[in-house]
Write a protein that binds this ligand. Structure first.
Ligand SMILES: [Fe+2]
Length: 253
């Protein structure tokens, strides 16, 4: 029989394996907390949408809590969270849980849903051949992950610690014309074109167009997070791009 408690116990013992003299590296401590928050956000979104079929609450909690397990070996082995410079942490996480999570008593389709949600949470787009359940739970984790990062960035902007999270963005100011051009053409922006904090904020704004559930948009809107990003970007002289991104985001809610 599966339970929320057994998932939490597995996650605790998995992450305890990365402690040195009882402590996680501060970067991994951040990921541990992020994972717990994403799990709670997944549960809140699933509840608000009335997903209450057998196993739904376990699926929401588990998909969220396990989504970043690949971060732990990634950072331990490579000392970075940049997938392009190390490993794809979604794929690595999927491999780890496939082999190491305790799947005893868990229906096969639930297992597939969790593994896919972990594997695909960080991909630019979802593959078109996913089964419906895999698609649904992947969408949930992708929204919850974005919501937590939006909140974390807003909090860090408010308390002045944003450059601890984005150290290399301190070096540049303004918007990168290559990034603006890329977003105008494709609707998304690459980190390789992001140099400044404003570049990062513009990329974050494009993520809003990739949200899957209206409740995610409503949550961010109520917290003033979308407006705040727009406010930061307004002085950059790209009002037409901001307006078109924002109207795409709000058209969902
Ligand atoms: Fe992730």
């Amino acid at each position: 029989m599966f339970s929320a408690d057994s998932t939490k116990e597995w996650f605790k013992s998995f992450t305890d394996g990365y402690r040195v003299e009882g402590a996680l590296h501060p970067m991994l401590e951040l990921k541990l907390r992020h994972s717990r928050r994403v799990s709670a956000i997944c549960s809140a979104i699933a509840d608000s949408m009335g997903w209450n079929e057998y196993g739904d609450s376990w699926l929401a909690l588990t998909a969220g809590l396990l989504h970043d397990v690949g971060r732990f070996p990634q950072y331990s082995m490579c000392g970075t969270f940049f997938d392009s410079a190390s490993v794809d942490h979604g794929c690595l996480g999927a491999e780890i849980i496939t082999e190491k999570f305790d799947w005893e008593g868990i229906p096969e389709n639930f297992k597939d849903n969790i593994i896919s949600a972990v594997r695909f949470h960080n991909k630019k787009t979802l593959p078109s051949d996913l089964k419906l359940g895999e698609y649904k739970w992947s969408c949930l984790v992708r929204d919850a992950d974005k919501i937590d990062i939006y909140r974390m960035v807003q909090e860090r902007l408010d308390n002045g610690t944003i450059y601890e999270m984005l150290p290399r963005h301190r070096m540049s100011e303004g918007l990168s014309p290559e990034l603006v051009e890329e977003i105008r053409k494709t609707g998304t922006g690459s980190y390789s074109n992001a140099r400044s904090l404003l570049d990062y904020r513009l990329i974050q704004l494009t993520w809003g167009c990739d949200l899957n559930f209206p409740v995610s948009v409503v949550t961010l809107r109520e917290e003033g997070i979308i407006e705040r990003m727009c406010g930061d970007l307004r002085p950059c002289g790209i009002d037409d791009l901001i307006d078109s991104l924002v109207s795409r985001i709000y058209s969902m809610a």
